[in-house]
Design a protein around this ligand. Structure first.
Ligand SMILES: CC(C)(COP(=O)(O)OP(=O)(O)OC[C@H]1O[C@@H](n2cnc3c(N)ncnc32)[C@H](O)[C@@H]1OP(=O)(O)O)[C@@H](O)C(=O)NCCC(=O)NCCS
Length: 236
């Protein structure tokens, strides 16, 4: 059920569904349809594909069918007890969900295997990331047209998504510094901003990525926090 190529980006309890062609035409629940009633065709298709992926993934978690509404921050309003994330880009759409005991948040992002436009490099990349992009050869597994800068962009979008609904940080690209391990296909994301005292784990996040034939996909997990001292554990 879970997508075998993308499952390793997330904990074992997560379910990842990648859209099949018919899912871009999937019917929407009337309460979902309101969100794209006035949208252009392209937007309606990607929204439908995302909802169809999410529905299938939620079914695998045995969550009863229900509309997946859009929250005030534009993130999906996941059913109680579930965390998740959606992504879509040209020719690709996927959703990941997991029981809320698994993580405080998940971030999933896909980008086309095309170079990041020259004019946005400075906005997206820190100096050390630019140096990495300039010097690190792409692996043989990367699809034609891929570049490291596009992967960095995707990773930062995943970082943003995994914390947005629970921690709620507003992040610029330079607030996040990535260290990529190309051998392990893993990255560390260090946040260069003040973080709420309740969320120390958001300071340094681990993410994973996969090169697909025409896309790069990144996933980031925001770990659940430790219980507050005195609430459910003894400190002595
Ligand atoms: C929300 C955002 C991350 C989406 O990323 P994207 O690459 O443009 O688009 P994707 O297709 O991958 O993701 C879109 C989906 O993300 C989800 N999403 C939207 N807002 C979200 C939020 N605040 N938090 C989590 N998920 C969100 C939605 O499911 C959306 O699909 P839907 O509208 O069909 O339901 C991006 O548009 C954004 O607002 N970024 C702001 C901050 C930023 O980029 N900072 C720099 C990086 S640190």
């Amino acid at each position: 059920m879970t997508d075998p190529a993308l499952a390793p980006l997330f904990p074992a309890a997560a379910v990842v569904v990648v859209a099949r062609p018919e899912m871009w035409e999937a019917p929407l629940h009337p309460e979902e349809a309101v969100s794209v009633a006035r949208a252009v065709e392209h937007r309606r298709r990607e929204f439908a594909a995302g909802r169809a992926c999410a529905r299938e993934a939620l079914t695998a978690l045995e969550i009863p069918p229900q509309p997946l509404l859009v929250g005030p921050d534009r993130a999906p309003v996941w059913p109680p007890g579930v965390v998740g994330s959606l992504t879509h880009c040209e020719g690709f759409c996927a959703a990941v969900v997991a029981p809320a005991e698994t993580a405080a948040g998940l971030g999933l992002d896909a980008e086309p295997a095309q170079p990041l436009p020259e004019e946005v490099l400075e906005t997206v990349l820190t100096d050390s990331e630019q140096q990495f992009v300039d010097t690190q050869p792409l692996p043989a597994t990367a699809p034609t047209g891929a570049d490291w800068a596009r992967l960095v962009f995707s990773a930062k979008e995943s970082v943003y998504k995994c914390q947005s609904s629970c921690v709620g940080l507003s992040l610029d690209f330079h607030d996040v510094e990535l260290e990529i391990d190309p051998q392990a296909e893993v990255f560390q994301a260090v946040l260069r901003v003040d973080v709420p005292a309740a969320w120390p784990q958001v300071r340094r996040l681990t993410g994973r990525y996969r090169w697909l034939p025409q896309h790069v996909v990144t996933g980031v997990v925001l770990p659940s926090g430790s219980p507050a001292p005195g609430r459910s554990e003894r400190t002595s």
